[in-house]
Design a protein around this ligand. Structure first.
Ligand SMILES: [Zn+2]
Ligand SMILES: [Zn+2]
Length: 222
């Protein structure tokens, strides 16, 4: 049994804490008779208990929230430890940075290419393709490191800039010149004299990749 009090007249009755909503003991009939609406009695004990319970609930919710935040921070930490080829956020940010370089032709600035990232379960399979639609599809193998990925992104944007994804003269002089310039501008890579740069595109890629890797590691130790 709990004490139920009328806040208007101060008189009370003993009644259970839980009652049906239409139980007459919930209402002060004396005061209700003088009022256009029913005057309810309150149960102070139940009120304090409810308040205490609510306080516990709030504390519990706060604890759960801080736990969630901690967990998110922890997983972000783990995310940062992932290898580059698994960090889509970094790859996309790098792609956006490269697209903004002032060296591309107008087409790249006006019809910004979009990046699609695919993954290969093979260690050394990396490839890319620039499509006429503006979509650049890249596939990274599990062995692709940051320098490899950066070079591939630059290579594909270069295709888009030179042949617009039409696959014209794939790795001609125009393409090679622009790719070398892009790597210079984007990574501050110091390359050997142009004549030393191999004629074949695939060995050119390797040279540029090494140049990028060198500047990236230098940047890290600095
Ligand atoms: Zn009353
Ligand atoms: Zn190519």
């Amino acid at each position: 049994m709990k004490r139920w009090l009328c806040e208007t007249c101060g008189r009370g009755v003993n009644a259970p804490e839980r009652m049906r909503t239409n139980d007459s003991r919930r209402y002060c009939l004396t005061c209700s008779a003088k009022s256009p609406t029913l005057v309810e009695r309150i149960c102070p004990a139940a009120k304090t208990r409810r308040k205490r319970k609510q306080g516990r609930r709030t504390a519990k919710a706060a604890a759960a929230k801080s736990h969630r935040v901690e967990k998110a921070v922890a997983s972000k930490g783990q995310l940062a430890e992932l290898p580059w080829h698994q960090r889509d956020d970094l790859i996309r940010a790098e792609f956006r940075r490269l697209v903004r370089l002032p060296i591309w032709r107008e087409r790249v600035a006006r019809y910004k290419p979009r990046l699609k990232i695919r993954r290969s379960s093979t260690r050394w399979h990396d490839s890319g393709r620039a499509k006429w639609s503006g979509e650049i599809v890249t596939t990274f193998g599990t062995g692709a490191d940051r320098a490899r990925i950066c070079e591939l992104l630059t290579h594909e944007i270069c295709h888009y800039a030179t042949d617009g994804g039409r696959g014209g003269r794939f790795h001609g002089d125009k393409f090679r010149g622009l790719l070398v310039d892009a790597v210079r501008v984007a990574y501050g890579a110091t390359l050997d004299a142009d004549e030393e740069i191999p004629r074949r595109a695939y060995s050119l890629d390797t040279v540029l990749e090494c140049a990028i890797r060198k500047t990236l590691t230098e940047g890290e130790t600095r």
